[in-house]
Design a protein around this ligand. Structure first.
Ligand code: DGJ
Length: 730
């Protein structure tokens, strides 16, 4: 298996199928990072050759060895306060107010299987498919111990990280910062990619050379956010989809995070990712421990495609859970853009009838079915059916929808409350709000204090009562604002800084309980679209509504960026009407369909309002999604173009055995009097012969990957592309 130890040298090597990760404790017990990259099967310490750098001091034990500086050496888990002036991974305040921590190697152990983390989502694996390495470090002057955990999924080229900080003494210590991942890369020139955006424009990749000093991508919004994503890529300047070196990391966490990348005085790179320390503090009494959330890393020297494939596989197979994780997802129709708040049972039933006739599997009733909820100004928190809108109740509506041969799904926004609601009038103390201040309002709503047991109990009771009242197969779990005014009536003044993390723990506890008690109900995550699109949520919800922007053109960029880290099956994506409700743009129906098929597919419109031709098109699109769905979700995904810079967005799904491939996408603008576009396929078998379905043309995989495929001439804008390649003789 992948973990090798040379005890005499205190040297550790973690090897996966294509990568190697090395560190060692030096003669003083300082844990130095040596290598992450290709397999070398060689102790890479020989490359660490340092000059005497002015103003970079030594730990006391190093005496007059002025080249041995804690400020320049690559370190495995750097501590604050002892002379490494780069980004620390951990900072504490001791009972005497001092803030240094000097962690030295104490011991290790190797376990079969993958560790889990109490109360937090984490990668899981069969015992024979993973190993865990635990390294124990202890402080030279206090009773603080730190356990670094590495989970190794050898076949997937995945290494996971989590840290446990233990107060082994009797006086309390105060954690100010506890990162999940720290990665020093002492060699090479690197660029950084992070995924930025805003509501309706999430996860657009931004690639920049590193500058000296610290660059950061983070959220302080209480959620992972629309604005920056808890993931990063560090790549060589020449890195492309198919070639070049790149490191990737993502955080299995849904709250405020921080990723910082530092280029130091010796042109070395350090990446540190964890809970955002600006919104974090944790008191550890004697005998207590704190577990950081998990971070997941991979390395590829075959470009971004391989990095994405590693991440897609581990998220789909080792993070997502439940019966839907690898199952075909239902084609759903969501009524939000069809009706907004303006519906009653008859209208919903009519929409369902039209949907059922065209092959839709599930009707999802969105916002507005509960309490007093005719606009976004009231009703959140009152999770009981609004009988004025749904006369006869939910049970009768669901039975009628089921009689059409469809399943039924329902929208909730459990973490939120409207001031104009019965819940708020009864429990005004349940919201996150500073008693002496007026709280910030967003979408007219406040946020429930998810750290409180009574709040969780109430939410569990009301959601489970609804789930038991009717045959509900799916929940859309929304969250339409970010969190500020942090204060909990349940916490003492010195513990208030724990609230943001306790909120996330409470959210996970509730989701876990619902997952366990209602295993047949699939939960789709959502936060005003993709405001909480992270691997933490994917542990509980195998798909997440990717963006409130349903415009196919915009979606190509959003889904392009999302695909670097997250698998296609995780992306909720729907066909909606034109002019599009977010942009006013008109795109062809077929283009909207191929774009929405790059995900867990559905519709968000009133199918009854379509022309007969369009209805027939819907019927055929659903048939096609049923045919291609397994290839789309289980195949390898390749980005064939960069839609942020090129005149087309094209992507490809290739089956694991390379026997078929499907290219989808759109050409943004037709250019007259120009040669046809030749798009290079990827991932095919070079010596295989592939037939283009429809035209019957046959070319070798090598030709299609190196020369390309000529696209049809286009007419108009946003023209759809669909090319199905079938390997001959299979
Ligand atoms: C935001 C979601 O992203 C939408 O799809 C819709 O569910 C609305 N909230 C409902 O309020």
């Amino acid at each position: 298996m992948g973990i090798k130890v040379n005890e005499k040298e205190s040297f550790f090597s973690i090897t996966t199928q294509n990568t190697e990760y090395q560190f060692k404790a030096d003669k003083f017990g300082v844990l130095k990072h040596l290598w992450y990259g290709e397999k070398t099967e060689c102790d890479m310490e020989y490359l660490l050759d340092y000059p005497d750098v002015g103003f970079s001091g030594q730990i006391y034990d190093a005496a007059d060895d002025r080249t041995n500086s804690i400020d320049t050496m690559p370190l495995e888990y750097p501590c604050g306060g002892i002379g490494d002036f780069r980004i620390p991974a951990v900072r504490v305040v001791h009972a005497d107010g001092s803030t240094a921590l000097d962690l030295r190697y104490k011991g290790y152990c190797i376990k079969n299987g993958k560790y889990s983390i109490p109360g937090l989502p984490a990668v899981y694996a069969e015992e024979k498919k993973a190993q865990t390495l635990e390294i124990t470090l202890s402080d030279t002057a206090s009773d603080t111990e730190v356990i670094l955990r590495y989970g190794v999924l050898e076949e997937l080229d995945i290494i996971t990280r989590s840290t446990e900080i233990c107060n082994k003494g009797s006086s309390p210590i105060f954690l100010k910062e506890a990162a999940s991942l720290s990665l020093d890369i002492p060699f090479g020139d690197w660029e950084w990619i992070h995924f930025q955006g805003r509501h309706t424009k999430e996860r657009v990749p931004e690639r920049t050379p590193l500058i000296h000093g610290i660059q950061e991508s983070s959220s302080s919004r209480g959620m992972s956010s629309h604005h920056q994503n808890p993931s990063f890529v560090i790549c060589s300047p020449d890195c492309s989809e198919q070639a070049g070196k790149c490191y990737g990391g993502f955080f299995v966490y849904s709250g405020s995070f921080q990723t910082r990348i530092e280029l130091d005085q010796l042109n070395q790179t350090r990446a540190v990712m964890g809970i955002n320390p600006n919104l974090f503090g944790w008191k550890l009494k004697g005998g207590e421990s704190f577990h950081t959330p998990e971070a997941v890393m991979t390395y590829s020297n075959e470009g971004f495609s391989k990095l994405s494939h590693n991440f897609h596989k581990v998220i789909r197979e080792n993070i997502c859970r439940g019966k839907y994780k690898l199952a075909e997802r239902p084609v759903l129709l969501n009524n939000w853009e069809a009706t907004y708040f303006d519906f009653d049972a008859d209208k919903i039933l009519k929409i369902a009838e039209n949907a059922a006739a065209l092959g839709v599997d599930m009707l999802v009733l969105d916002d507005g079915w509960f309490g007093k909820r005719d606009s976004d100004t009231s009703g959140l928190g009152d999770w009981f059916v609004n009988e004025k809108k749904l006369s006869g109740g939910l049970g009768s509506l669901v039975e009628k929808i089921k009689a059409l041969g469809m399943k039924f799904g329902l929208w909730f926004e459990p973490e939120m409350v409207s001031e104009d609601s019965e819940l708020y009038r009864t429990h005004p103390d349940w919201v996150i709000k500073i008693p002496s201040r007026k709280p910030n309002r967003a979408r007219c709503q406040l946020v429930l204090d998810m750290s409180r047991k009574d709040v969780l109990e109430n939410l569990y009771d009301s959601i489970s009562a609804i789930l038991k009242s009717a045959d509900i197969s799916y929940i859309k779990w929304d969250a339409n604002r970010n969190i500020c005014d942090w204060y909990s009536g349940e916490l003492s003044a010195e513990n208030q800084c724990e609230l943001p993390h306790r909120y996330v723990l409470g959210l996970y506890e509730l989701l876990e309980r619902l997952n366990m008690d209602f295993p047949d109900v699939m939960i789709e995550g959502c936060s005003g679209g993709g405001g909480r699109f992270d691997a933490g949520m994917l542990y509980y919800c195998p798909q997440i509504w990717c963006s409130d922007d349903t415009d196919a053109f915009e979606r190509t960029e959003i889904q392009y960026g999302t695909s670097f880290i997250y698998p296609i099956s995780a992306v909720g994506s729907h066909v909606s009407v034109v002019p599009n409700h977010q942009t006013g743009r008109i795109t062809p129906f077929e283009t909207r369909a191929v774009t929405a098929m790059a995900g867990s597919f559905g519709y968000e419109l009133d199918l009854g309002k379509l022309s007969e031709d369009e209805k027939q098109a819907v019927f055929r699109q659903i048939e096609r999604f049923k045919k291609y769905g397994p290839l789309i979700h289980n195949g390898k995904y390749y980005r064939l173009s960069d839609p942020t810079t090129e005149n087309y967005a094209l992507w490809e799904y290739v089956s694991e055995d390379k026997s078929e491939a499907l290219i989808h996408g759109m050409v943004f603008r037709t250019v007259p009097n120009m040669k046809r576009i030749a798009i290079r396929a990827a991932g095919l078998s070079p010596e295989g012969e592939y037939m283009i379905e429809g035209s019957g043309e046959i070319y070798s995989g090598a030709a299609l990957m190196n020369g390309g495929i000529l696209l049809q001439r286009t007419w108009g804008d946003h023209c759809p592309v669909e090319i199905h390649l079938i390997k001959q003789g299979v």
